[in-house]
Design a protein around this ligand. Structure first.
Ligand SMILES: [Zn+2]
Length: 354
């Protein structure tokens, strides 16, 4: 039965267009114009993307299970104090799901690859907002609760999420319609200046992440004396912070494959480790937040800014709508170029990789 399913062949770096190249990964590339079926089949075939997909697809189900258990609690809709947890858990489901879909279908074409990763970036930016909403509700140290910074923290996080999505999408092809449209790329393209693109993207994600963690850094590393919320949860927050830095380090350095190009193509390259550390970090972040939520609840309800629809579900909806609009704006020139290419292909049906 299994012999009836022919798995697609894999290619080396020199056999696929530059846009599909990964730093220091030499082999295991899927066909650059794979069909959707071939993309799904590649989940069960060892390519350089297989573990990238599974390391985010499986945790999606774990986070979804966490979300469902909260949604099924009878009091959740009446108890506004739990809404930030819902937003955060939703963002924890969306980012690995979007990432595993992006890694699965990114080899359907160069165009599809860009669009897939636009969604991936939008989902990560939404996760940064989910973290800010929940930190504002349960993690801020006692000393900072109700301060001017606390009151502006979530609105600034929304702005950061919008900047993050825009900058990360910009890092691939530049500005839609102005710098790329219908196959014309005026200024830069990721394949021509990969270091610049990578740097922009690192800044796009590091910036909201660092901002979100300001109250936590203060609480765990800097605060002294009364009102520091120095409790048992801090150690879990430290695990999360360490893993977040390790995740950033792996993303920036491309280790270990940079030391031995070709040796980690299928198993053990930095992007897989980046996924695993990111998920473990989110796991500890979730544990810490749940503990803070339970132990600090009575004090926070009395002293903190009340959780309302607008500062929890409202900002999350706003962020989702704005992020989707940005992704559509960046994708539109690629979609219209798809239509024009399709017309050309009808006139000249010769099939090439490029
Ligand atoms: Zn990834």
């Amino acid at each position: 039965m299994l012999s009836l399913i022919r798995l697609p062949r894999v290619f080396t770096i020199n056999q696929v267009p530059k846009v599909f190249h990964e730093d220091s990964i030499i082999s295991g590339y899927r066909h650059p114009y794979s069909s959707a079926t071939d993309c799904v089949l590649s989940l069960f075939q060892l390519t350089n993307e297989t573990l990238n997909i599974w390391t985010h697809f499986l945790p999606t189900w774990y986070f979804l299970w966490k979300l469902v258990t909260v949604v099924l609690m009878q009091t959740v809709w009446r108890d506004s104090f739990t809404w930030p947890l819902l937003i955060f858990l939703l963002s924890c489901c969306i980012y690995p799901l979007a990432s595993s879909c992006a890694h699965t279908f990114s080899t359907m074409s160069a165009r599809a690859r860009h669009i897939c990763f636009f969604f991936d970036y939008g989902a990560l930016s939404f996760y940064s907002l989910g973290s800010a909403v929940i930190y504002s509700a349960y993690v801020f140290p006692d000393k900072w609760v109700n301060s001017l910074f606390h009151r502006w923290y979530v609105p600034i996080a929304v702005l950061n999420a919008v900047i993050c999505t825009s900058l990360a999408c910009y890092s691939r092809l530049g500005l839609p319609f102005l710098q790329y449209s219908h196959d014309i790329i005026k200024r830069f393209q990721e394949s021509q200046s990969p270091k610049f693109s990578k740097c922009l993207r690192a800044v796009a994600f590091a910036y909201p992440c660092l901002f979100d963690n300001i109250p936590l850094f203060y609480r765990v590393f800097l605060c002294v004396g009364e009102g520091c919320t120095d409790n048992d949860t801090n150690i879990l927050h430290c695990y999360h912070i360490s893993l977040a830095f390790l995740t950033g380090f792996l993303f920036a350095t491309h280790l270990p494959e940079r030391l031995a190009p070709g040796s980690f193509d299928y198993i053990g390259h930095s992007h897989q480790l980046f996924h695993v550390c990111g998920i473990l970090g989110t796991h500890f972040q979730m544990k810490a937040i749940e503990q803070d939520m339970v132990t600090r609840r009575p004090w926070l309800i009395q002293h903190s800014i009340p959780v309302t629809f607008s500062n929890s579900v409202g900002v999350a909806l706003l962020c989702l709508v704005v992020n989707l609009s940005i992704i559509i704006l960046y994708s539109l020139p690629l979609l219209s170029s798809a239509v024009s290419r399709e017309k050309k292909r009808v006139k000249n049906p010769k099939k090439t990789f490029y």
